[in-house]
Design a protein around this ligand. Structure first.
Ligand code: BEZ
Length: 228
């Protein structure tokens, strides 16, 4: 078992080096768990949607209260993109139920998405959300964007001290969906409506057939618009 200050063991007692971290392109592990909205089976709950799965350190803490409210305020934006959101902390269903009205009143919103209860840290450990160097064995601010095929498309890890920018996470979802649609990439600071980047392996003649408004700056850097 882990003892205070022991950074070599995981909450389950397994040495940290035997726990695999998740990589982009991996299938997001499935799990069954209790949440603020009742028990779920993760893959079944996700269905055909994109998912933003994010952890936070603890209920009744200030930064987390702002974050969970912000995710709720952005409900229409998630819905427009076919995204379901789900949070996790290592607190119990009872604690989530007591805390949720405070998140809602502070942020003037309704938290209508599940908050996973993970007091035994089973899911937090599966997703490598426990970083003991960050102070204790509560979860850090991890984000997983998971596509409808259940592939992990983005991972982000923020420290406990720093609230995330969920508009950036929306922007990444937009970029991933646009990239999938056009089989292309998106450049720095890309926003919906901006030009995309042609794959460097695609000959420019082919790019001019596939895309509109192709501009060549270097043979490897061509911008374009996806045909509507
Ligand atoms: C917070 O949400 O404010 C917080 C939680 C854990 C550690 C630091 C900050």
């Amino acid at each position: 078992m882990e003892s205070p200050g022991d950074e070599t063991a995981s909450p389950s007692g397994l040495p940290r080096e035997v726990l695999m971290s998740l990589h982009l392109g991996d299938t997001a592990p499935d799990f069954q768990v209790d949440t603020s909205e009742g028990p779920i089976s993760f893959h079944e709950w996700a269905g055909d949607s994109w998912v933003v799965f994010f952890s936070h350190p603890a209920d009744f803490t200030p930064v987390c209260t702002t974050e969970l409210g912000r995710v709720a305020q952005l409900r229409d934006e998630w819905d427009k993109r076919g995204v379901k959101t789900i949070a996790l902390s290592v607190d119990s269903v009872e604690e989530h139920a007591k805390w949720k009205p405070e998140v809602e009143s502070y942020n003037d919103t309704t938290v209508d998405y599940p908050i996973i209860a993970d007091p035994d840290k089973r899911i937090a450990e599966l997703y490598d959300m426990i970083h003991p160097g960050e102070g204790d064995t509560s979860s850090v601010r991890s984000v997983f964007v998971i596509d409808p095929e259940k592939k992990i498309r983005l991972t982000m890890t923020y420290p406990k001290s720093t609230g995330r920018n969920f508009l950036e996470i929306l922007r990444v979802v937009d970029a991933l969906q646009e990239g999938d649609r056009g089989q292309c990439s998106t450049p720095v600071d890309w926003q919906p409506g901006d030009k995309v980047v042609v794959p460097p392996t695609m000959p420019t003649d082919e790019a001019r057939q596939k895309f509109d408004d192709v501009e060549e700056f270097f043979p490897y850097l061509r911008t374009a618009r996806i045909k509507v």
